[in-house]
Design a protein around this ligand. Structure first.
Ligand SMILES: *[C@@H]1O[C@H](CO)[C@@H](O)[C@H](O)[C@H]1NC(C)=O
Ligand SMILES: *[C@@H]1O[C@H](CO)[C@@H](O)[C@H](O)[C@H]1NC(C)=O
Length: 329
């Protein structure tokens, strides 16, 4: 789909290049721009992107170009354990990506149903590999869209997991239905992070009415926290059921993660809720957490990320061991 304008744009650029052999550097830059322009077109078609005006399009083109260069430079560097890719976030700056996708902060509530015991404390028979997808306890990857409900997706996936394990039935729960967390008496919807849902989640400043009710036949009685900053405790929990975890997902490498065992860089400013649905060891011997995200299947490994496990820091990579919890049934 080459528009007339773009055709002229390309032709002129090529003519310019052919006419000035001496300025090879300039020409290469121009040719790069032309092919990058085409890549932007292809990317727009693939992700159904529409821009309101030429200025916006130009701005997005520049951002995409910068991101593509970042991704290609990263992937071409030697000894990278994981690869990045040009996904649906390619025309966003990292700042925009953070603002639009991660609204997890401050949305955790405390629940009356929270218990301080860790029921998997004495679990000893821990398999070396766990993948709850293969046990029929994980629904297909969802896409939170522009809505900042990642925390709900994380809780839903863990709830779907425990429901499947106790009932033998895998049902896809709706994030809209899940938690009842009403702050200031107003349903703040997705933007505020709270909707009418029936999962005992934590409310801002503890002002949360948590109620555990049957949701589409899935009943949970509460949740327990995994002992903090302890990856071996997290391993015990994940070997028993899918676990809701919070991570720092704000880095560019996370934004463009494509495949492999992700090893950072990232911090420990928890801003995103995801679900640990297993763990294992990669073909090249790297221990990882198998993590389900809610950004659709274009991101990462079909919507999943393998994150390095058993790192030196007690918090785990990207803080994965800092705030893990699982629903009880
Ligand atoms: C774990 O074992 C210890 C020692 O037997 C016991 O006191 C504790 O209650 C057990 N914890 C759980 C959660 O079962
Ligand atoms: C981590 O948790 C396990 C319980 O699963 C416990 O035995 C161990 O002592 C904990 N480690 C630390 C450093 O707290």
């Amino acid at each position: 789909m080459v528009s007339k304008n773009q055709f002229y744009h390309i032709s002129l650029a090529l003519l310019f290049c052919m006419g000035f052999w001496g300025f090879q550097v300039t020409c290469r830059t121009l040719q790069d721009d032309v092919s990058m322009y085409e890549r932007h077109e292809e990317w727009m078609t693939r992700y159904g992107s529409v821009y309101n005006d030429p200025e916006e399009r130009e701005k997005r083109f520049r951002i995409l170009k910068k991101n593509v260069n970042y991704i290609e430079t990263f992937n071409n560097a030697a000894n990278k354990p994981y690869q990045l890719g040009t996904n649906q976030f390619a025309d966003l700056t990292n700042e925009e990506f953070i603002a639009g996708r991660n609204r997890f902060k401050g949305h955790m509530c405390s629940s009356i149903l929270r218990t301080t015991t860790f029921k998997y404390e004495n679990v000893t028979a821990i398999p070396s590999t766990v993948d709850w997808r293969q046990k029929g306890a994980v629904t297909p990857v969802k896409d939170q869209g522009q809505c900042g409900c990642c925390w709900a997706f994380s809780a839903v996936a863990a709830t779907e997991g425990i429901h499947a394990l106790t009932s033998g039935k895998l049902i896809s729960l709706s994030e809209q239905e899940l938690v009842d967390c009403d702050t200031k008496g107003v349903d703040q919807g997705c933007e505020g992070g709270f909707m009418d849902v029936n999962y005992p989640y934590k409310g801002v400043d503890g002002k949360c009415n948590a109620k555990a009710e049957a949701v589409n036949g899935a009943t949970i009685t509460g949740y327990e926290d995994v002992p903090v900053n302890n990856e071996s405790a997290l391993e015990k929990a994940v070997s028993s059921q899918p676990v809701s975890v919070a991570i720092d997902a704000s880095g560019s490498d996370f934004q463009f993660y494509k495949s492999g065992v992700f090893s950072g860089s990232c911090g420990t400013e928890l801003d995103h809720g995801v679900t640990a649905v297993g763990y294992g060891v990669s073909d090249d011997g790297k221990k990882y957490w198998l993590v389900k995200n809610s950004w659709g299947t274009e991101w990462g490994e079909e919507g999943y990320i393998r994150m390095q496990r058993d790192v030196a820091a007690a918090e785990g990579l990207c803080g994965i061991a800092m705030m893990a919890s699982y629903p009880t049934a």
